[in-house]
Design a protein. Sequence first.
Length: 251
Amino acid sequence: MRKPFGTLTAALLLSTTLALPAQAANVAMGWSWYYTPTLADNLTARGNQVSVLQDYDAATLSAFDVFILDGTARANAAELDAFVYQGGTLILQPLSMRYAGITPGLSVAGGYHHMAHAESQPGIEVLADYDWLLEGVTLPAAGSATVGREVGTAFAEGATQVLEWEDGAALLGYRQYGAGTVIGFNVNLVTEDASPLDAEWSNRIVYNAIDAAAVSAVPEPATHAMLGAGLLALAAWRRRARDKQQEEISK
């Protein structure tokens, strides 16, 4: 009996998935006087390469998959714009979303009113239940930690809205720009003097962003190799099925 096409497709997808290697990303962080290494340490422990940059140019940025911009670090909007447009992932931290020179393509949120430091964490409202950045994320209850964040920040027009603080301030959103992605994440993870958060939910969101960037950075020949491995596995499966069918006929 012929196997359904769906079974063959499943076999191909399974073998291709099994061939996927664990991907590590090359991550950079913008350095500031208030830098704390907690997030960098977490990312390194997951197998990523992490560099902390006090300064950078286009050539430097081209070596990275992801750039995390601490709001108190130097920002060169033109270079960051080119980095994202050419395929990079930029994660904007509090204060970095309000830089006057930020380009429209990098605009996720704005309208900053003031900065909250060591604030009891407000409640969180989900605006996009099934968004890829929320994969595996369990959001915390209000008051479960202290956080630093921008207050009064609103999503920019055209940005995908994922999470907001209960007072209406933008918390998490993103936009596609050129071949890349810019993510605005309004909770301090890097700046030491503004209550950097080291929590499973916020770390998981960053991991999701970085894992996606690492997969998209797999060179095209590697993609072809994985597909080829899947096709070879499917061919072997079909041969075994055909041989078994012949054995049953000859009985």
